[in-house]
Design a protein around this ligand. Structure first.
Ligand code: MG
Length: 362
């Protein structure tokens, strides 16, 4: 099976409610879709979100990275030559991790199709159901309480609360949500780099003293401040997770060795795809550090690849694959089924995606 054609297009999927973090506000998933066709007529569909505030990429940059630099290297390549193909992909240019991730996911999709196995099984996994949390955007206290109760009504048992804008208000938000949802719902918090070290330690101390039962704190301070992450991790009684701090296996190694976090959030759009995510997972596994698999604002197309990885790897203890749960419609025919908090794997070879509705190829 050889790669014959790499085509690009766009998809727009409106969100149920605007997605708000301390970094940005977004109303719709508006992503680049990549369609890879082989000489045998097999097709892989994948997606890359333009998350400029995190990866530095835009739709235009993703498009030109793939069209001008990546596709010419991979056309005509045998899909089973994974190592060589990955070397070509990752040496095509530096950075541009979402563009690379999209192509990497297509390589894995078609590789597993050639092997005749669903990707999670080809990667050695056996979990066919996984459970995800749902993100609650940062808003007024009342709105966040309403959104949390709605999430629970939909079946979610784990909520990831976006805060990090203002320490006093953040505390009110978490207190109000905890008292509304009761003690059995798991609450994790993502500050998206919104605090400094002092603010982080002060609010974490208050979370603890008030018995708010926070499972973990994600990226409390700026991604570039490793010393600060080390300090917060050392003094926090709640586990600290690194997200924006870790893109590559080298970052993971440094953060783990210097104890700059207790948990690592892996996202395919940061690592440049599954191949490098597996390297991060190996480093974490050697050091006994658990991982989360997360996603950017993505539709089911690329979140399906992350779900396959999550289902394949037992060291992924936390699943934050709520992109499809935030969308109003599901444009994907086939693939894992996202039934609110449950993600049920599908046994078709590869990612299992058959077609994308509303896809406009360039
Ligand atoms: Mg995060």
């Amino acid at each position: 099976m050889k790669i014959k054609k790499i085509q690009l297009g766009e998809i727009i999927v409106p969100l149920r409610t605007p997605f708000k973090t301390s970094l940005r506000t977004v109303d719709a998933v508006h992503d680049i879709v990549v369609k890879v066709t082989t000489d045998t007529g097999h097709v892989g569909y994948v997606e890359a979100p333009p998350t400029a505030v995190i990866t530095g990429e835009t739709r235009a940059s993703i498009r030109s990275a793939i069209e001008e630099l990546i596709a010419p290297k991979l056309i005509g390549r045998d899909i089973l030559a994974m190592e060589d193909n990955q070397e070509l992909l990752h040496s095509a240019l530096i950075g541009n991790t979402s563009a690379k991730a999209a192509v990497d996911m297509a390589l894995y999709d078609l590789w597993a199709q050639e092997l005749g196995q669903p990707l999670y099984r080809a990667l050695g996994g056996s979990r066919n159901v996984i459970e995800t949390d749902l993100t609650i955007s940062v808003n007024d206290v009342e709105e966040m309480v309403r959104d949390s109760l709605e999430a629970i009504r939909r079946g979610f048992k784990v909520l990831k609360i976006k805060i990090g804008k203002n320490e006093a208000l953040d505390l009110k938000r978490i207190e109000a949500i905890r008292s509304a949802v009761g003690k059995d719902i798991v609450l994790r918090v993502d500050a998206n780099q919104g605090w400094n070290v002092k603010e982080a330690l002060s609010i974490i101390d208050k979370f603890e003293k008030r018995g708010l039962g926070i499972e973990l704190i994600e990226q409390p301070i700026h991604f570039s401040n490793l010393q600060g992450m080390i300090e917060v991790t050392k003094h926090s009684s709640i586990p600290i997770m690194a997200d924006e701090s870790i893109f590559s296996p080298i970052h993971a190694l440094e953060v783990i060795q210097r104890r700059g976090a207790d948990i690592i959030n892996i996202k395919l759009m940061k690592s440049g795809g599954i191949y490098q995510a597996l390297n991060i997972l190996s480093i974490a596994q050697i050091h006994n550090v658990p991982c989360m698999i997360g996603c950017m604002l993505e539709s089911k197309i690329s979140v399906s690849a992350a779900a396959h990885l999550a289902a394949a790897k037992n060291s992924i203890l936390y699943v934050d694959l709520d992109g499809p749960g935030l969308c109003t419609i599901d444009p994907v025919l086939g693939g894992p089924s996202f039934e609110e908090e449950k993600i049920i794997m599908n046994e078709r070879p590869g990612l299992g995606i058959e077609a994308i509705e509303g896809l406009r190829l360039y």
